[in-house]
Design a protein around this ligand. Sequence first.
Ligand code: GLN
Length: 483
Amino acid sequence: MHELTLAEIARGLADKSFSSEELTGALLARVKQIDPQINSFISVTEELALGQARAADARRAAGETGALLGAPIAHKDLFCTLGVRTSCGSKMLDNFKAPYDATVVAKLAEAGMVTLGKTNMDEFAMGSANESSHYGAVKNPWNLEHVPGGSSGGSAAAVAARLLPATTGTDTGGSIRQPAALTNLTGLKPTYGRVSRWGMIAYASSLDQGGPLARTAEDCALLLQGMAGFDAKDSTSIDEPVPDYSAALNGSLQGLRIGLPKEYFGAGLDPRIAELVQASVKELEKLGAVVKEISLPNMQHAIPAYYVIAPAEASSNLSRFDGVRFGYRCEEPKDLTDLYKRSRGEGFGAEVQRRIMVGTYALSAGYYDAYYVKAQQIRRLIKNDFMAAFNDVDLILGPTTPNPAWKLGAKSSDPVAAYLEDVYTITANLAGLPGLSMPAGFVDGLPVGVQLLAPYFQEGRLLNVAHRYQQVTDWHTRAPNGF
Ligand code: GLN
């Protein structure tokens, strides 16, 4: 049963091939058996899951239908989940049980989804390798010596290892798309404001966005349908109607204009990945797409701008974890200053501390104009580049990452080397645009992703193109050896 996609599970539950309780029991057993190898879960919520599964079976017996009713999910451990530890991958929140459900968690539960647990992640979603978690590194099921990507590395590894068909993630600078690429999944970062951030522990509020990770575009469509929508509790949520994403999957690609930014194919990109990207372009051309070269001239400034803006917002968001109002408190503080210093010094890991310091510096009087304001100006230029490009093309295509998954530990002593891996993903966050990564081949046995970017609220278009591509390719169906 663990090999079924979400769409197949929906059919199996509808035609009563199995019950949600049977499915849930089988997957929980598999999580227990397999997960020690990859460490993708921080918490397994067995009782919650079995209760939800029985309730879903009862709803179905009473005549209710719905693709997600009784289907399994696991949430990245920064979505608040009522009564369940919500750690954000940090010692700071190791004993935090959320007193409410995040909107995403509540919406998916109302649709009848069964929560198997909470997935491992980089501490406070800062990272690209899932090595900064307080709960240990996550391993890539495609090669256990390699990282799965981050920060939603647990969400990605769990699906790649066929522990369950789909998970939630969040993407501030690539944390859905990059781990999806590195583990052979389809991952979608929606338009900023499409999915409610309420109850998501904030990293960088103007960039954070929740979204689905699954094996297929078809499954991402089902999950996004359940996650998206206006939420009055999130002041940046946008009141736009939610289209029927599944209905749009089969649309024709005839005449679709795809732009390839010339800046994407320069130094730094593994040439074997460049070849696979070109091969994916050929497939889309066969389906009717028309390809042209475009330019995103300010792309080179994106990493420096992002690594000012994101830490600046993080330094502000994380100030609440002071051992008094929220979070870990040190033993026997001498006085108030000692309490603050040691609680934060002991509760936060090295990468989080580094970013708080960078962010605080960038926001301080005297440096604010030189760094923070400058970065915001670059952000606008990057958005303008995209708006100009989307006058000529419907979609932008390129690699998701410049390299395949690297070895555990290979970049942990050099944070900038890891930051450079975000070069293709962070521009979408800076501009607020939707982006999707889909499986497009292998290099040295490790998966490679192709990224598609679209204008605001065109998630349906991204899913449509990925679905059509997945009907003529089989990369996304391949499973890692032993899983
Ligand atoms: N790798 C990026 C960072 O470390 C993105 C993380 C994310 O999207 N949450 O900030």
